[in-house]
Design a binder for this molecule. Sequence first.
Ligand code: ASP
Length: 301
Amino acid sequence: MTWAVIATWKMAFHGTETAAGILENNGTAADAAVTGVSLVEDEPSFHSVGYGGRPDRTGHVVLDGGFMDGDTLHFGAVAALEGFRSPVNIARSLISGNANNFLVGAGAAAWAESHGFEKRDNLTEEAREIYEREKERLKELTAYDGHDTVCFLTLDHNGTLCAATSTSGLFMKEPGRVGDTPVPGSGFYADSECGAAAATGMGEEILKGALSYAAVFFMKEGYSAMEAAQKAVDELDAKLKKRNGSANAMSLITLAPDGSWGVGTNVDFTFSTADKEHGTQLWSAAKVNGKTVIKAYEKEI
Ligand code: ASP
């Protein structure tokens, strides 16, 4: 059996190398996905996830995360969580049992505290300064660039697929706003028999198409990981443009049970992949004349 990793944005490159090492040494897809995401959560220079994430409209860094095991279809998720180090690890701790798998706000914080998860104020001095500056500059506070979710999809030697996600959501979001990232089916989905998918971009758009589930469904119907990712994004993008006149940013990664991967996007997007044969690679994807063009990433990271 093979192993494989795909992760969103170039910020996940080092996490992808670490996840690859775990899988190469017969580690589990769950450990690889969660370790990859939590490395990004701990890095203050990444401004859209965990420590150093951008605050909401009231200056609080409030986090969302999700995890899914493709063998059992069990998932765990937290949303609107403040004051803890790693939403993805807390999400993972919620997968057992058939209830209480998705906790938000004070309930998620109480769970994390009672289960010994490390506390952390995720607002860095740099993020606070940016918040103060932007707050004054903007007459009307709107969510805008400064978001990007980290998503990992992993396949291990046993054929298990897992998905893990983490984000601070949109900069200047309304307190209590939750996007797609912690929502199974929209922000992530994993089924070891069909494939896994995870999304980044404007959560309110991704939620309209249950985008991750759409791609996994297409893989179940026989589409390749690449076809499924592009079909899911392109169809939702076209539908939103037809119904509403525009479609906001959406990017999707997919991983099939055979380790092949795919990407669909309607904006410029970077991602990394790893497998035994090719090692860890960094890529860029863009929409050119209606087609998704994927190239090796050529700039410094
Ligand atoms: N999808 C995330 C959200 O809407 C943000 C992002 O991926 O950029 O919260």
